[in-house]
Each structure stands twice: as structure tokens, then as C-alpha cells.
Design a protein around this ligand. Structure first.
Ligand SMILES: Cc1cc2nc3c(=O)[nH]c(=O)nc-3n(C[C@H](O)[C@H](O)[C@H](O)COP(=O)(O)OP(=O)(O)OC[C@H]3O[C@@H](n4cnc5c(N)ncnc54)[C@H](O)[C@@H]3O)c2cc1C
Length: 81
């Protein structure tokens, strides 16, 4: 397996032989659709109480979108870290 990478400054490309690939998807939560519906922090994460309640009655948030989430699978499943 190989990947072709491009230097964003020079535009030069080169091919790297690799045995695996981890994709960096960034850290911006996909929560724009919630804006105005529930409170978000400056980074776009959802502040929650210990049982994952948001400030809006009946609305809960789980997983990586939560404020202060550890951004790991186990904490996303467990609900809080
Ligand atoms: C490359 C990579 C490697 C990782 N490796 C590890 C690891 O080794 N160990 C570990 O513990 N964690 C790892 N993680 C972190 C782990 O994947 C996340 O913590 C976990 O997936 C978070 O689960 P989630 O359900 O909150 O979010 P996600 O898994 O991102 O699920 C959110 C889902 O919601 C969908 N969605 C988004 N917006 C909308 C919308 N408007 N309408 C409908 N659906 C929508 C998305 O398509 C997605 O399917 C890794 C993450 C990445 C990117």
C-alpha cells in the first residue's frame, strides 16, 4: 500500500510506502444544526450535566460532541468520563 502526499507550500508530491493510515478528521464538532436549539460552548461542543442532560429539558448529548469529552470510544459509549 502507498499514499501520495503533497506539500501544501511547494506543491511537490511524493509517494510513501505505508502499512497503515490514520485519517485526521479534525476537532471541529458537527453541531451547527444545534445552534440556537441548545447552548454550545465556544468550540461548538455541548455542555452536559453528569447524566448527559443539556440545559434544555428532554435533550441529551452523548459521545464526542459533549464538552470535556475524552474523545475516545470508551467514553463515548459510557456517556461520561
Ligand atoms: C482516525 C481515528 C482513530 C481513532 N482511534 C481511536 C482508538 O483507537 N480508540 C478510541 O477509543 N477512540 C478512537 N477514536 C475516537 C472514536 O472514534 C470516537 O471517540 C468515537 O467514534 C465517538 O463516537 P460518537 O458516536 O460520539 O461519534 P461518531 O463515531 O463520529 O458518530 C457520529 C455519527 O453521527 C453522524 N452524523 C453527524 N452529523 C449528523 C447529522 N446532522 N445527522 C445525522 N447523522 C449525523 C456521523 O455521520 C457519524 O456516523 C478515533 C477516531 C479517529 C477519527
Amino acid at each position: 500500500m502507498a499514499v501520495e502526499v503533497r506539500d501544501l507550500d511547494t506543491g511537490a508530491t511524493r509517494v510513501l510506502d505505508v502499512t497503515g493510515l490514520f485519517v485526521l478528521v479534525g476537532l471541529t464538532p458537527n453541531t451547527e444544526f444545534l445552534n440556537g436549539l441548545i447552548k454550545l460552548d465556544e468550540a461548538g461542543h455541548v455542555p452536559v450535566k453528569p447524566l448527559m442532560e443539556t440545559e434544555t429539558l428532554g435533550v441529551y448529548a452523548a459521545g464526542d460532541v459533549r464538552q470535556h469529552s475524552a474523545r475516545q470510544l470508551v467514553s463515548a459509549c459510557r456517556g461520561w468520563c
